[in-house]
Each structure stands twice: as C-alpha cells, then as structure tokens.
Design a protein around this ligand. Structure first.
Ligand SMILES: [Zn+2]
Length: 135
C-alpha cells in the first residue's frame, strides 16, 4: 500500500504531538467524551490533522452520543480508506486517511441511527482539524 503522502516515522513523530502521533500513526483511540469536536456544531470542513486532506464536513456530522465525533458519510468516498481490523478480538472496519494512511477511527453499519446511510464514522477529534466557515 502506498500513499500520496508518505513520511519516515521519525518525521511524523517530529511533526505531530505525542497524543496526535499515538492516534494517527499508532491507531490509538482518544478517551470518549474528551475530544474537542465531539459536540461541535460549527459548520465547516474537517481535514486530516496529519496531511490536511479534506475528509468530512459538518453537513454529515450527527449526534450519536457515543463520545466521539460521528459522521454518516465522508466528504468524498475516496477521501478515506477502509480496512478490516481484527485487533482487540473484534472484527471492525478501520477508517484511514486515503492520502497519508493515518488512522482516523472506525465505521459501524446498521446501528439504526436516523441518517441517510445508517453508517457511523466514529472518528477521533485529534485526527481532525476543523476549518469553520466564515460567518
Ligand atoms: Zn492524511
């Protein structure tokens, strides 16, 4: 697998904070209800904190009450990469940035949320950076 943006591990370590690195590059998960965008309702675009690719928009953000920012669809289908994740004794679908391969979170299907897709992209706040629309 190769990505448009590839950097040596030591460069990612230098560019990201330790907390960002742990999630984006080591597939960590921030604690629930602690991320800065969990309840954010501002309109704008959420970009990858590692490479700046535009990933999600506030239009697809919904209140899942799960403790992490949740989206029912990415901004563009090919903005994210989906990978089967068998870690922690579960089969889940990992969501990565398609440009740099950084870990964003997981996507869950069929949970019954009243959204157009019935999918929940459960994304770490620390993997994202919101650029709010000018008002
Ligand atoms: Zn990225």
């Amino acid at each position: 697998m190769s990505y448009d943006v590839e950097k040596p591990d030591e460069q990612w370590r230098a560019e990201l904070t330790p907390a960002e690195y742990a999630v984006l590059r080591q597939a960590g998960t921030e604690p629930a209800f602690t991320g800065e965008y969990t309840d954010t309702k501002a309109t704008g675009v959420y970009s990858c904190r590692a490479c700046g690719a535009e990933l999600f928009t506030s239009t697809e953000k919904f209140e899942s009450h799960c403790g992490w920012p949740s989206f029912y669809d990415p901004k563009d289908t090919d903005a994210v990469e989906l990978i089967q994740d068998r870690s922690h004794g579960m089969v889940r679908t990992e969501v990565r940035c398609a440009r740099c391969g950084s870990h964003l979170g997981h996507v869950f299907d069929g949970e019954g949320y009243p959204t157009p897709t019935d999918q929940r992209y459960c994304i770490n706040s620390i993997s994202l950076r919101l650029t709010a629309d000018e008002s």
